[in-house]
Design a protein around this ligand. Structure first.
Ligand code: KIV
Ligand code: ZN
Length: 524
């Protein structure tokens, strides 16, 4: 079989890691996204772990069609019964039983002899088969298990009716060479029917979970257990997006395929970030903000001539709508001219020199020059006064007069043409009140989607200098479209409000550019 099954454990191994807990509604949303991604198996939870986990597995079993829905269970009748009950409404269901097999797990955690472990595997797998034909057995800490005993444990599981034999690197200890060799060995020695599937489940403690999973595939694994954005116990699990895109991009090496619709990868990553409030790092492979971004001038020039100079995958393959060009202080003229052309400005000769110099000044100040800021800059070079930016003059919060009342924000903004404008707003929180007052002044209703803040401590001995600063990055949604803004200031409140103004200004500028685009293009 040249197809590798993708077993997603975002909702179980991923969710059980600190900082990634999800509500029942959040789990259901994520399960819908995983079904759209077309994973083969969704491990929806550990039904016996808590009533909340039970309900989540049950709700997912009721609603989700397509993938097999799976619940984890210890090798106990009670856990298996709970899994069977929670999975009862599922069209396709799997019970996943695990039991430690390594000496350290047997001696210190389970206090069981080899014989007792073998008997428990047989008994629990056979019991689970009364509820479903699809039973998976995991030899927890398989990597640190004696090979002869691992072969015995997996052979017993297969004899009792397990159709999937999972070989977890529970502690993230193995290496690609070692796990490749182990899977070859198991393939040669485990007694089983030909349709039994070996599975890899790798943790990332030494940063090798993806490499180890791929090596396991080369060694014969035909199921990979993984999680979106690589979340999971400790350093996480093998990242779904990495392993799927590696198998696709390097099919010349691996010679296998998955059924995953890779164009839904970005949506799955974003949905997970939304339900857990944790975004992957900027430099995360495949789904990080920098994964398809090119800021350096030499790279941009290459990509504009032929994307394959610096791209081994297309952003659209993972459902990302971008040309990858990020304009910043390292960008070159080609990128600026190309982006300006998209906005309807033809930059050549002396006009390009002037625009490039002004662009570098702005980039030095703000880092990334997004479309809106570029539009404002190009318009101001053309003498278009409509593009003047808003800035914050003052923000004050009046505390609620009574316990049930809301705080009131008074905000004063300055605009290049319109002068100073003030407005008041109240909301359950002071920040939201200030954001609302800004929206009223700018005439742009928006909803805050996310806000990241960083405290930059003062240099030691810098008494008369800059002092400590706050950096804020904000994302706001305007009619379903997300715009970013950023600011740096001494205090939190003015910094958050300035970042909001920046994002709202970006949204307003993009709208103006879009409205004027056909005329501008024609003029160019
Ligand atoms: O890491 C592990 O061993 C597990 C098992 C329960 C499969 O998550
Ligand atoms: Zn695990």
């Amino acid at each position: 079989m040249n197809r590798v099954r993708i077993f997603d454990t975002t909702l179980r191994d991923g969710e059980q890691a600190p900082g990634f807990s999800m509500t029942e509604e959040g789990k259901l949303k994520m399960a819908r996204t995983l079904a759209a991604l077309n994973v083969d198996v969704i491990e929806a939870g550990f039904a016996a772990a808590s009533p909340g986990d039970f309900r989540a597995v049950q709700a997912i079993s009721r609603e989700i069609e397509g993938p097999v829905i799976c619940s984890l269970a210890r090798a106990h009748r009670g856990d298996i019964q709970a899994s069977a009950d929670a999975l009862a409404p599922a069209a396709r269901k799997r019970i996943h039983i695990f039991l430690g097999t390594s000496p350290i797990h047997r001696d210190f955690k389970l206090h069981m002899s080899r014989e007792q472990v073998i008997a428990s595997i047989h008994e629990s797998v056979a019991f689970a088969r009364q509820f479903t034909d699809d039973v998976e057995f995991s030899a927890e800490d398989a990597i640190r298990t004696e090979r002869d005993f691992l072969v015995e444990a997996l052979s017993v599981a297969a004899a009792a009716g397990a159709g999937t034999l999972n070989v977890p690197d529970t502690v993230g200890y193995t290496t690609p060479e070692e796990i490749y060799d182990l899977f070859r060995y198991l393939g040669d020695h485990v007694v089983r029917d030909p349709d039994v599937v070996f599975s890899a489940h790798c943790h990332d403690d030494l940063g090798m979970a993806v490499a180890n999973s791929l090596a396991a595939v080369r060694g014969g694994a035909r199921q990979v257990e993984c999680a979106v954005n690589g979340i999971g116990e400790r350093a996480g699990n093998c990242a779904l997006e990495d392993v799927v895109m590696a198998l696709k991009t390097r099919s010349d090496t691996f010679g296998v395929s998955t059924r995953v619709d890779t164009t839904k990868i970005m949506a799955a990553s974003r949905m997970l970030a939304q339900v857990t409030n944790v975004s992957p790092p900027r430099n995360k492979a495949i789904v990080g903000a920098n994964a398809f971004a090119h800021e350096a001038g030499i790279h941009q020039h290459g990509v504009l001539q032929n994307r394959e100079t610096y791209e081994i995958m297309k952003p659209e393959d993972i459902g990302l709508a971008t040309d990858g060009i990020v304009l910043g202080k390292h960008s070159g003229r080609h990128a600026l001219a190309s982006r300006a052309e998209e906005l309807g400005y033809l930059l050549e000769g002396e006009k390009l020199d002037r625009a490039f110099a002004a662009f570098k000044d702005v980039a030095d100040e703000v880092g990334i020059v997004d479309t809106a800021r570029l539009a404002a800059l190009l318009a101001s070079l053309d003498g278009d006064s409509d593009e003047k930016l808003w800035t914050l003059s003052r923000v004050e919060i009046r505390a609620p007069a009574t316990p049930n009342a809301w705080p009131v924000a008074r905000v004063e903004l300055e605009h290049g043409d319109r002068g100073r404008l003030t407005d008041l707003a109240s909301a359950p929180g002071a920040l939201d009140a200030a954001f609302q007052a800004v929206s009223q002044i700018m005439g742009l209703p928006a909803r805050v989607d996310g806000l990241d803040m960083q405290y930059v401590a003062a240099e030691e001995g810098d008494e008369g200098g800059q002092g400590a600063n706050v950096l804020v990055e904000i994302r706001i949604a305007v009619e379903g479209e997300v715009f970013a803004g950023r600011a740096r200031a001494r205090d939190i409140l003015p910094c958050c409000v300035s970042a909001y103004i920046d994002a709202a200004g970006n949204a307003a500028a993009v709208r103006r550019v879009r409205a004027a685009m056909p005329a501008a293009r024609a003029a160019a």
